[in-house]
Design a protein around this ligand. Structure first.
Ligand SMILES: *Cc1c(COP(=O)(O)O)cnc(C)c1O
Length: 422
């Protein structure tokens, strides 16, 4: 494969953009080499600046559940564009998308739209503090909740790939409001609540972790979080920015039968445009300004183009519930055959091949993966026209646009690549 144009673009990019990219994981730091500059996407395919074609399993890091340029979403954006790009005033579609989200996710009685997943989690933990009158947040090692100051502690893929444990630029006073515990560790959660239960405002968790690679919750773990928060007057925040409308129409909370106090959404609900949302119990959400004292605002929040794209996505998914079964079947084919020394974790259309023997259940086990082997695997797949996330600690996403033929080609490329590593 020729990457001359990507290489030239990257050389230019590094002099005007830090690291040459607008989000760190895009930089291929974990795998070396030049990031591929993309020119076009169509269905399951990406085409780079040099004209190379890839089967895409990054899906813009989660949003593209229907693949690139799905006709329903393109049509909705074109339609919205005819009436204006932003009004800074309420619109009918914002009411419609709020109702669509409530309809799909019953724990969400009220919802506020923001512009990214980061804004959603930042706002949700603030609301939890305002509602409870407490300051502490519990999070889990390897979970990423966006680049919120107080949540950037042991925050999974992006930082782990760069070998950064804790970011510079966050005052100790902020990190000190965060209690970090191992994922799936029942005892650690119980101990934290025994010691500090009266000061904990919320527990925030990725119900299926995507940001240390795909790691599902242990049976009963989410239920325990739900009970212990309720018993101590704290709130449970399910960060479903990745899993919402991805692992099921109603998100991971539908899949595992959990009713959180608050939920954060992003990615899929924007249909590929920038959006985020947080919502939950009406009494908690009523704390948000202008109904209540917790301030949160946004010039472009509820942006007409993003809302139109998101609404088209949610309506398409509601009208085609069979998509989730198809995604599950395709993803199952992708993971059917893995060689010894590789552990595959999968929940629906989220999956990760860990180069680690034995179960991966938390950050301790995820980080034992052989990242040098992953790096070689990544490049072997890329050369074979399969575009994976350039980090061991990411999930791959199957979209409804992936065909049986795409999956067969990917399985063949993976078998060949695994073979060359052995
Ligand atoms: C991607 C992600 C975020 C951050 O969303 P952005 O839109 O990138 O700010 C937060 N939480 C989870 C679980 C995510 O996967």
């Amino acid at each position: 494969m020729n990457h001359a144009k990507s290489e030239a673009l990257f050389e230019r990019a590094v002099s005007s953009i830090p690291g040459g990219v607008n989000s760190p994981v895009r930089a291929f730091r974990g795998v070396g080499g030049t990031p591929v500059f993309m020119a076009r996407g169509e269905g399951s395919r990406l085409f780079d600046a040099d004209g190379n074609e890839y089967i895409d399993y990054v899906g813009s890091w989660g949003p593209l559940l229907l693949g690139h340029r799905h006709p329903a979403i393109v049509a909705a954006i074109e339609d919205a564009l005819k009436t204006g790009t932003s009004f800074g005033a309420p619109t009918e579609r914002e009411v419609e998308i709020a109702e669509a989200i409530r309809d799909a996710v019953p724990s969400i009685e009220m919802v506020r739209l923001v512009n990214s997943g980061t804004e959603a989690t930042m706002s949700a933990i603030r609301v939890a503090r305002g509602f409870t009158g407490r300051d502490l947040t519990v999070k889990f090692e390897g979970c990423y909740h966006g680049h919120v100051d107080s949540l950037l502690v042991k925050a999974g893929s992006g930082m782990a790939t760069l070998g950064i444990a804790d970011t510079a630029g966050v005052p100790a006073a902020f990190s000190e409001t965060t209690i970090v515990l191992p994922f799936n560790a029942f005892d650690a959660v119980e101990a934290a609540f025994r010691a500090l239960g009266g000061r904990i405002a919320s527990v925030i968790v990725e119900p299926v972790v995507g940001n240390m690679g795909c790691v599902p919750p242990a049976p009963g773990f989410l239920k325990m979080l739900s009970e212990i928060t309720a018993n101590h007057g704290a709130l449970l925040i399910l960060d479903e920015v990745m899993t919402g409308f991805r692992v099921a129409f109603g998100g991971a909370q539908e899949l595992y039968g959990i009713k959180p106090d608050l939920t954060t959404l992003g990615k899929v609900i924007g249909g590929g445009l920038p959006i985020g949302a947080y919502g939950g119990r009406a009494d908690v959400m009523s704390c948000v300004a202008p109904s209540g004292p917790v301030y949160q605002a946004g010039t472009l929040s509820g942006n007409p183009l993003a809302v139109a794209a998101g609404l088209a996505m949610l309506r398409h998914l509601k009208a085609h519930p069979g998509i989730y079964l198809d995604l599950d079947a395709r993803a199952a084919e992708l993971t059917a055959d893995v060689p010894p020394g590789v552990t595959v974790n999968r929940v629906g259309s989220m999956l990760t091949f860990f180069f680690h023997q034995g179960p991966v259940t938390d950050w301790e086990s995820a980080k034992r993966s052989d990242t040098a082997k992953f790096k070689r695997f990544f490049h072997l797949m890329l050369e074979r026209g399969v575009y994976l996330a350039p980090s061991q600690f990411e999930a791959a996403f199957v979209s409804a646009a992936h065909t049986a033929e795409d999956v067969r080609k990917t399985v063949a490329a993976a078998a060949e690549s695994f073979g060359m590593l052995a």
